[in-house]
Structure formats: structure tokens, C-alpha cells
Design a protein around this ligand. Structure first.
Ligand SMILES: Cc1cc2nc3c(=O)[nH]c(=O)nc-3n(C[C@H](O)[C@H](O)[C@H](O)COP(=O)(O)OP(=O)(O)OC[C@H]3O[C@@H](n4cnc5c(N)ncnc54)[C@H](O)[C@@H]3O)c2cc1C
Length: 643
């Protein structure tokens, strides 16, 4: 292993790389966040005032024109999906209630109208949604069903005599719950309900239902209530909605994937109800990708504060010295902060790849279905891992700042409270990782869209078992051979070899996939119920998905480093990429040893290598956070401001 620190790099060069092709949009959002229009009061506001303020900020953003970025030009937007996600990510450097308010209005509500509706809906609503003249809700979750959204119980029954749908909350646990914008500001809601036509249930579909008049009073038959104070995000008015025989015209159905004729004939281009449902959900992927970017930005803010503080704060020192030592010079402090920083960079680069893929998918007329499924799974996995990362980083950074980290002015309290729920909304992380595993286990076959987790078990055992197991087994053998043939396997030199790092991460992933597939098949072959077979392997399934995301994130980081032309920047980020890879392997070294993949000597060498990399990257750490480009006026934390 080398021991020299990488050459110094200009923070501006790092920021150029991170901001990428959306540098201009990001600069505009940074400037807006730092402006008077979005100025945040020094003291926390009482909830009612906070909600009002957040609405005013969102209106200011709409007035500035940026809220239409991701919408088609013909309806007042700018047709720049990737740009809109970059803007959202940057907005997350500021107040997260504002971010979530915008996410609900322009991402979830606007996204449902855009992607699930058809031209008549677009013409009627999109301009008012972009301008925020029509605040709305995305009402999917119910008190009784959150993760299992396919089982929501609100009904929308077609009445052919009146040419209307009747929307009904059949019992209290079917009320819509946690819905952003519902408690105070929302006037129209995209309501997800079981569609009943001619007495037959057609599964979950979305309809636009007015919930509140311009005077702020609930519409007839609509009952609205407030979710009350939350752990965080108290600038967002989350509420509950119940419907008592609320009538809406037939055109209220968002009918891109299913139509109901005046006579009450139901038609859909997608025959299989499961596939139809997952296709509808799939179109809303942009929200998930945005939440993921938001979480990465929150991690960047926390790390900027903690690393700058650690580069100024001194505690203890050698007995013969009259100067104490900087926190960041302590090995343990480096250990707590730098692998996490490497992971934030890794996630950032993966997110940028995902945004580019998403842009291609959205702009292509006929994107192959397999690619769409792969992007959906990638977004699900990255959202889960990035939001968990952000929660962990905020806590670690808070502790790394000691008592100062506990003062509200230094923002960890706010970041902690607000980022927490990112692991739950836009798809609970555990549920999302099951989706990732489903893709891996079914090899993203055609049937992917039709299978729930339990049906996946039978499918794997029956149809793709051979492919999944053989594919991974071949790689396993190849990896074993190449690795065993590497001379000096027990020394540290090849630890920095990208292929070696990739080999380990890939081996773990493939080993887990084939292991799960074998267990599922064995269970089914033994005549067990699919539900029980799946449940017995569930922890294994989730671990497999995480291993897959780790490998994917590493590859994205390595690809980005491979494209950097500036040698000093390449050297620095290459070292950071090593730290991400070896830090990830080290964190699961017990597994690698348990499976005979690395020896204990090797495991110790990896730990030594992580220590060395931390020491080498210590000097560059402040520059690496400067590269995030967070203006002082946006960062706000006194202990985290620039010198
Ligand atoms: C602040 C906030 C804002 C929100 N905004 C909106 C909104 O605007 N619109 C909207 O429609 N919804 C919204 N939601 C709802 C959110 O999407 C749901 O809370 C989320 O989908 C989880 O559902 P749940 O709360 O019912 O949890 P549950 O589904 O009950 O999950 C609880 C726990 O059980 C675990 N679990 C569930 N099923 C399984 C399983 N099969 N195997 C193993 N573990 C399992 C989960 O991982 C989780 O840890 C919001 C929620 C919050 C808190």
C-alpha cells in the first residue's frame, strides 16, 4: 500500500465534477436558497407559522419559474426531467419541509396527473399545478395499508346512470393517512382506490377528487383531519381524508392505463391486473429518485459541518506539546467520518447515472420493458441504501461534534428529525429491497411485473432457477480461480486493484443470489407453502439486495473515476473509491470469512488498508466537503461555516 497523501485538488474542480451537466440549475437553486425570499428565521417557528412559511417559500419557487422544470413544455414546463431532479437534490441542502412540500405538489401530485392521466387532465391541470394555484395531494396510503398498497380499501364505483364514480371510505382504517398537503392546503387529490365497474373489482386506480374549496372548507362528503405534530417535517401539513359517497365525473379517472366507457365497459391495454398496477407505480419512479437525491444532499450538509468542525476543534495532545490535536487527526475520528464521506461520493455518482438513465427512459417512445424494470429496481435499491446512509451519517456527525452538535443552531437536530422518515415514505426501505431482490431472482423476466414476492418464490423454483444459479455459479468459479491465482494473496498490494475489489463484491452478490434461489427451490420442492418458504429466507433476500446495491454503487463510482481526465482529481477520487470499496468489504468481513472467501490475515490487511486510506485522505477531507459547494447562507450551522 502507498502511504503518501494524494495531491491537493482545487475544491472548485471537485464541484464542477459533482455538479456535472446541471451546474447551472444547481447554481440557480443555491442562489435562491441563499436569497431573502427563502430566508429561514434563526429560531424554529411554531408549527402553524412554519406551514404558512413553507407554503410561501414554495410559492416563491413557483413564481421564479423553476417548478415546471420536469413538466412538458406544451403545458408550461421545460421538459427537463434530469434537470428537475438536480434542482430537487440541491433544494435539499436547505429546509427539508420545503423540499417535501415541493415533492408532494410537483413530484407526487403533479407526477400522478402527468404520468397516470391523459391529455384532458394535462390541459386542465398541469399549468395550475406548476404555478401552485392548485395545491394537491397524492393520496395512496391508508391507515390500514401502507406498504401493501395493492390492498387499499377505498372504493371508486362507477354509476353508469349518472356517468360518475362514487368514492367511498368503507370503514375507518380505509381512510387516507399521512397525506402531504391534506391537512390545510390541498384542494384536489389523486386518490388511489379499488375501481369497481359493473360490480367487478378492477384493482387499484387513481382518480382526481376535489377535497377542499377555494375558501379552505372541505368539499361535501369529504372529511379532513390533521395528523398533528410529527417527529420532523413539521412545515408540511400531513392529514387524513375520508370519503362519504363523494361523486366525481367519469373523466376524473386518470386513464392512461385503463378506461371506463359511458356504458360502463372497462378496458385496459394491460391485461394482467398485477402488471397493470406495477406499471402504474413504475411511472412514479421519479419521486423515488428525487427522495434518494435529497437524502444524499442531507448527508453532504451533515458531513460538511462535522468535517469542518473536526478540522478546527482541538482536544488533548501529546504530553510534551502545548498545542492540542485537531479532532480530524485522530484515527478514530477519521474512521467515523471518512468512510461515510467516501460512500456519499459513491452514492452521488450512482444517483447521477440513475438520473441520466431515467431521462433516457422518459424521453424514449418505446423503451424496452426490461430496461424499465432494471431502472425501477435500481432506483428502489439506491433509495433504500442512500436514505439509511443519510440517517446514519447525521447521527455520527452529530456525535462527532460533541455538545456543539446538540445545539439547534448547528442543525443536526433538524436534519435528524427531518431525514428520518425518508427511510419510510416513497416506499419503505425493506419493502424496496424486496423489489430489488425480485428483479435479481427473476432475472428481470417478462413475468417480473406480474409477480408479488410470494409468487416470485414459485417462479424462481420453477422457471428461472437454472439460469440464476448457473449464471452465478459460473462467476463464482471464475472468481475463485482468478483470486486464488493472484500471487501474494496474503499481502496488501492487490487490495487497491479495482478488479480485485469488484471481484469480492460481485462474488458476495452472486453467492447470495444463488444461495437464496437454492433455498427457495428446496422449500418448494419439499412441498412447503410459498409464503412460508419466502418468509424463512426473507433476511437472506434482503441481504442479497443490499449486496447487489453495494456492488452497483461501487461500479458506478469506479466508472466515474475512470472518466476523470485531470490526473490530480483522478488520483484523489480513486483513493476515495478504494476507501468506499474496502470500507464496504470490511464492514462485512465476517461474512467473507465465514464463506471462506478471505482469510483472517487478509481481513486484517483490509482493516489496515482502510486505516491507511483514512490517514491519506485526511488532508483532503475539508476540500472534499468544500466540493459539495454548499454556501454558508444555506449551511447556516455556525460550527460548519467556511474559515
Ligand atoms: C411524514 C410522512 C409523509 C407521508 N406522505 C404521504 C403522502 O403524501 N401520500 C401517501 O400516499 N403516503 C404518504 N406517507 C405514507 C408512507 O408512504 C407510508 O408510511 C409507508 O409507505 C409505510 O407504510 P406504513 O406506515 O403503513 O408502514 P407499514 O407498511 O405498516 O410498515 C411498518 C414496518 O413493517 C415492515 N414491513 C411491512 N411489511 C413487511 C413485510 N412484508 N415483511 C417485512 N417487513 C414488513 C416495514 O419495513 C416497516 O418497517 C407518508 C408518511 C409519512 C410518515
Amino acid at each position: 500500500m502507498t502511504t503518501a497523501a494524494p495531491r491537493q485538488v482545487d475544491a472548485a474542480a471537485i464541484q464542477r465534477l459533482l455538479d456535472g451537466e446541471h451546474a447551472e440549475i444547481r447554481a440557480r437553486v443555491r442562489a435562491l436558497l441563499a436569497s431573502e425570499a427563502l430566508a429561514r428565521p434563526a429560531e424554529p417557528l411554531p408549527p402553524a407559522e412554519y406551514r404558512r412559511k413553507v407554503l410561501e417559500w414554495a410559492q416563491a419557487l413557483a413564481a421564479e419559474g423553476g417548478t415546471g422544470l420536469g413538466f412538458p413544455e406544451e403545458f408550461g414546463g421545460m421538459g427537463d426531467v434530469a434537470g428537475s431532479i438536480a434542482a430537487f437534490e440541491t433544494l435539499a441542502l436547505g429546509d427539508l419541509s420545503l423540499l417535501v412540500k415541493c415533492g408532494v405538489q410537483f413530484g407526487l401530485f403533479g407526477g400522478a396527473v402527468l404520468h397516470l392521466g391523459t391529455r384532458k387532465h394535462h390541459e386542465r391541470y398541469l399549468r395550475q399545478i406548476i404555478s401552485l394555484e392548485l395545491p394537491g395531494c397524492f393520496a395512496m396510503t391508508e391507515t390500514g395499508h401502507g406498504s401493501n398498497v395493492q390492498s387499499v380499501e377505498t372504493t371508486a364505483t362507477y354509476d353508469p346512470r349518472a356517468d360518475e364514480f362514487v368514492v367511498e371510505t368503507p370503514h375507518p382504517s380505509a381512510r387516507k393517512d399521512y397525506i402531504g398537503n391534506a391537512a390545510e392546503h390541498g384542494r384536489l387529490a389523486a386518490v388511489f382506490a379499488q375501481l369497481i365497474v359493473g360490480g367487478e373489482s378492477r384493482g387499484v386506480h387513481a382518480l382526481l377528487v376535489p377535497i377542499r374549496g377555494e375558501d379552505g372548507r372541505p368539499c361535501e362528503g369529504v372529511e379532513l383531519s390533521d395528523c398533528g405534530h410529527k417527529l420532523g417535517l413539521n412545515g408540511v401539513d400531513n392529514g387524513r381524508i375520508s370519503f362519504d359517497a363523494v361523486r366525481v365525473p367519469r373523466e376524473a379517472l386518470l386513464d392512461r392505463y385503463a378506461e371506463v366507457s359511458a356504458e360502463g365497459v372497462y378496458t385496459s391495454p394491460i391485461e394482467n391486473p398485477n402488471r397493470r398496477f406495477f406499471t402504474m407505480l413504475g411511472t412514479l419512479i421519479q419521486g423515488r429518485v428525487s427522495v434518494c437525491g435529497g437524502a444524499i444532499s442531507a448527508a453532504k450538509a451533515a458531513q460538511t459541518i462535522a468535517i469542518r468542525h473536526a478540522d478546527r476543534r482541538r482536544q488533548f495532545g501529546p504530553p510534551d506539546s502545548d498545542e492540542e490535536v485537531l479532532l480530524l487527526d485522530y484515527r478514530q475520528h477519521q474512521r467515523r467520518l471518512l468512510p461515510g464521506l467516501a460512500k456519499t461520493y459513491a452514492l452521488h455518482f450512482t444517483q447521477q447515472e440513475l438520473i441520466a438513465e431515467l431521462e433516457r427512459t422518459f424521453s424514449a417512445e418505446d423503451q424496452p420493458e426490461r430496461e424499465r424494470r432494471e431502472i425501477e429496481a435500481r432506483a428502489a435499491g439506491l433509495k433504500a441504501v442512500a436514505t439509511w446512509h443519510a440517517v446514519e451519517v447525521v447521527q455520527t456527525c452529530r456525535e462527532c461534534c460533541g455538545g456543539a452538535g446538540y445545539l439547534s443552531e448547528n442543525r443536526f437536530g433538524e436534519l435528524h428529525a427531518d431525514i428520518d422518515v425518508f427511510t419510510t415514505f416513497e416506499g419503505d426501505n425493506t419493502i424496496l429491497l424486496q423489489l430489488v431482490a425480485k428483479g435479481l431472482l427473476t432475472d428481470y423476466r417478462d413475468q417480473f411485473g406480474e409477480l408479488d414476492p410470494i409468487e416470485t418464490v414459485g417462479f424462481v423454483a420453477g422457471q428461472v432457477y437454472e439460469t440464476v444459479v448457473e449464471r452465478s455459479a459460473v462467476r463464482e468459479i471464475v472468481q475463485r480461480l482468478t483470486d486464488d491465482l493472484i500471487p501474494g494473496r496474503e499481502d496488501e498490494h492487490d487490495l487497491l486493484d479495482r478488479d480485485y475489489q469488484l471481484g469480492l463484491l460481485r462474488w458476495r452478490e452472486e453467492h447470495m443470489i444463488s444461495g437464496v434461489a437454492r433455498r427457495l427451490k428446496r422449500g418448494i420442492d419439499a412441498g412447503e407453502e410459498a409464503f412460508d418458504v419466502f418468509n424463512e429466507c426473507q433476511d437472506h433476500v434482503i441481504a442479497t439486495a443490499r449486496a447487489h446495491v453495494d456492488r452497483d454503487v461501487f461500479e458506478a463510482f469506479a466508472r466515474t473515476v475512470g472518466r476523470i481526465e485531470d490526473p490530480a482529481l483522478e488520483e484523489l477520487l480513486s483513493r476515495l473509491c478504494d476507501l468506499y470499496a474496502l470500507g464496504t468489504i470490511e464492514a462485512d468481513r465476517a461474512w467473507f470469512q465465514e464463506h471462506g472467501r478471505i482469510s483472517s490475515t487478509r481481513a486484517k490487511a483490509i482493516t489496515r488498508a482502510v486505516n491507511t486510506l483514512c490517514a491519506e485522505l485526511r488532508a483532503a477531507a475539508p476540500t472534499l466537503v468544500d466540493g459539495f459547494g454548499i454556501p454558508d447562507a444555506v449551511l447556516r450551522a455556525p460550527i460548519g461555516l467556511r474559515d
